[in-house]
Design a protein around this ligand. Structure first.
Ligand code: SDX
Length: 428
C-alpha cells in the first residue's frame, strides 16, 4: 500500500499519492493539487520541488554520493573514458567494444564544422567571451541541419544530431579560442582520441609539430567525466524546459550553455581563479577575504563554495583536489593559487559561518587550478564545463522527449495592481 499525504485546507482534507524512487527518495505527487484544491505551491528556486522523474543520475547531497546510471563517479573517473561515459549517460548502459568503436568512429567522422561557419567567427571581436560565441554557434548548427528541427523526426535523425553535437562542440570551442587569439584554426585529426583532439585544436600551430602530453589528456578525460551530468541543475533544467516546447536539440543545448555561463553556476570556475588572483594580488590574507564573504553588507562571496544540494562535501571536489596535486606534481608546476585555495578551504571549513550553513568546496573550487596547469586560459574554463556537461544535457533532453513530458509552464502568485481604469495622459 503506497503512502498518502494529507493536506487540510478550508476545513477539508485532501489526499495526494507519495511516490518513491529506486534510491528511496520520496515525493508528494501534487500534479492534481490545483484541480482538487484551487491552490498551487510556491517554491522560489525550486529548492523543494521535483520537476521530473529521471533514471540518469542519482546524487545524495548529505552523503556526497554521485552515480551516473548506477555507476559511481569514483569508479568512472578512474577507469572509463569520457566517450564511454557519454554513451552510458545517453544510452543507459556501458558500451561493449563494438558499440564503443561504432560510437567513437561516428563521432570522429563528424568533428568537422561546415566551412561557412568559419566566417561567423571572424565577425566576433577578439575580446568576445567564448561562452557567448559557443552559445550562438551551437544554435547556428541548427541552420545547417534542417532535418534536426523536428526533434521527433526519427530515432536515426535524433542519434545523428546527438553525434554531430558531441563531435562538433570541441571543434567550435577550440576555434572560439583560436579566434580570440587571432591564431589560425587547427582542424580535427581523426587519429586522435576525443580529449587529445581538443587539445590539439586548442594548442597546435600549423608551423610546428605538436604532441599531446598524456598527463594533460588523461587529466582532461577525468575532468570531463566529473562534469558530465548532475541531475536537475540550473542549466540542465534550462535544456529540459526549452526542449519541452519541442525546440530542437541545438537550440536546447545553446540555452543550457547560456544558463551555465552565470557565476553562480558553471561560471564559478572562472570566478574562483579571478577570486584567488585577487586575494594573491591583495597580499594573500585569506582571513580578510573569509570575513568579507561572511559580511552580509559585502557582495563578495567565496566562489567555489556552497551548493544547493551538497550539504556535505561535493564528491567531485574531492577527486579534483587530488588530481590537482597529481597533475601539478607530474608537470612540475608550483601554482601559488593552489596554496591560497588550500588555505582558504582550511580557514572556511573551520569557521562557524560556513560550518553552520554546510558550505563546502564544490566542483568549481579546484577545477580552475587544473585547467590553468593544462594551459587552458581562464575565459575558457566554463567552456570546458560545457564540453563535459554536454552528454548529460543530451541524455536529459533525450529522456524528456522520449517520455513525452508536457511543456514546462510554472504558475505564479500575482502580487501586482488590482483592476483599475485607463486614465488619459492629461489626467495622470
Ligand atoms: C555548480 O546545482 C548543481 O548541481 C550545480 C553544479 C552542477 O554540476 O551543475 O554542481 C555546478 O553550479 C556549482 C556551484 C558553483 N557556484 C559557486 O561556487 C558560487 C558560490 N556559491 C553560492 O553562490 C551558492 O552557494 C550557490 C549558488 C551554489 C547555492 O546557493 P543556494 O543553494 O541558493 O544557497 P543560498 O544562496 O541561499 O545560501 C545559503 C546561505 C546564505 O546565507 P544566509 O542567508 O543563510 O545567512 O549560505 C550563504 C548565503 O549567503 N552562502 C555563502 C556562499 N554560498 C552560500 N556565503 C558566502 N560564500 C558563499 N559561496
Amino acid at each position: 500500500m503506497s503512502e498518502i499525504a494529507k493536506i487540510e485546507l478550508d476545513g477539508k482534507t485532501f489526499e495526494f499519492p507519495v511516490i518513491e524512487g529506486t534510491e528511496n527518495e520520496k515525493a508528494i505527487d501534487i500534479s492534481k493539487l490545483r484541480d482538487a484544491t484551487g491552490y498551487i505551491t510556491l517554491d522560489p528556486g525550486y529548492k523543494n520541488t521535483g520537476a521530473t522523474k529521471s533514471s540518469i543520475t542519482y546524487l545524495d547531497g548529505e552523503k556526497g554520493i554521485l552515480h551516473y546510471r548506477g555507476y559511481s563517479i569514483e569508479q568512472l573517473a578512474e577507469k572509463a573514458s569520457f566517450i564511454e561515459v557519454a554513451y552510458l549517460l545517453i544510452y543507459g548502459n556501458l558500451p561493449n567494444q563494438t558499440d564503443l568503436d561504432v560510437f567513437t568512429n561516428s563521432i570522429t567522422k563528424h568533428t568537422l564544422v561546415h566551412e561557412d561557419m568559419k566566417q561567423f567567427f571572424e565577425a566576433y571581436p577578439a575580446k568576445a567571451h567564448p561562452m557567448g560565441v559557443l552559445a550562438s554557434m551551437v544554435c547556428s548548427l541548427s541552420t545547417f541541419y534542417p532535418e534536426s528541427l523536428d526533434p521527433n523526426r526519427s530515432p536515426e535523425a535524433k542519434d545523428l544530431t546527438i553525434l554531430r553535437l558531441l563531435a562538433k562542440l570541441p571543434t567550435l570551442a577550440a576555434w572560439s579560442y583560436k579566434n580570440a587569439m587571432r591564431h589560425p584554426f587547427m582542424y580535427p585529426k581523426n587519429d586522435l582520441d576525443y580529449c587529445s583532439n581538443f587539445l590539439h585544436m586548442m594548442f597546435a600551430m600549423p608551423t610546428e609539430d605538436y604532441t599531446v602530453d598524456p598527463v594533460v589528456s588523461n587529466a582532461l578525460n577525468k575532468l570531463l567525466i566529473l562534469h558530465a551530468d548532475h541531475e536537475q541543475n540550473c542549466s540542465t533544467s534550462t535544456v529540459r524546459i526549452v526542449g519541452s516546447s519541442q525546440a530542437n536539440l541545438y537550440a536546447s543545448i545553446s540555452a543550457g550553455i547560456s544558463a551555465l555561463w552565470g557565476p553562480l553556476h558553471g561560471g564559478a570556475n572562472q570566478a574562483v581563479i579571478e577570486m584567488l588572483e585577487q586575494i594573491h594580488a591583495d597580499g594573500g590574507d585569506v582571513d580578510k577575504w573569509v570575513t568579507k564573504a561572511k559580511d552580509k553588507e559585502d557582495p563578495f562571496r567565496l566562489m567555489g563554495f556552497g551548493h544547493r544540494v551538497y550539504k556535505n562535501f561535493d564528491p567531485r571536489a574531492t577527486i579534483i583536489k587530488k588530481a590537482c596535486d597529481d597533475v601539478l606534481e607530474k608537470m612540475g608546476i608550483n601554482d601559488p593559487m593552489l596554496e591560497i585555495a588550500k588555505k582558504l578551504e582550511k580557514v572556511a571549513l573551520e569557521d562557524e559561518y560556513f560550518k553552520s550553513r554546510n558550505l563546502y568546496p564544490n566542483v568549481d573550487f579546484y577545477s580552475g587550478i587544473i585547467y590553468r596547469a593544462l594551459g587552458i586560459p581562464t575565459e575558457m574554463f566554463t567552456v570546458m564545463f560545457a564540453i563535459g556537461r554536454l552528454p548529460g544535457w543530451i541524455a536529459q533532453w533525450k529522456e524528456m522527449t522520449e517520455n513525452n513530458e508536457p511543456i514546462g509552464r510554472p504558475r505564479q502568485i500575482y502580487t501586482g495592481a488590482t483592476p483599475r481604469e485607463y486614465v488619459s495622459i492629461e489626467k495622470r
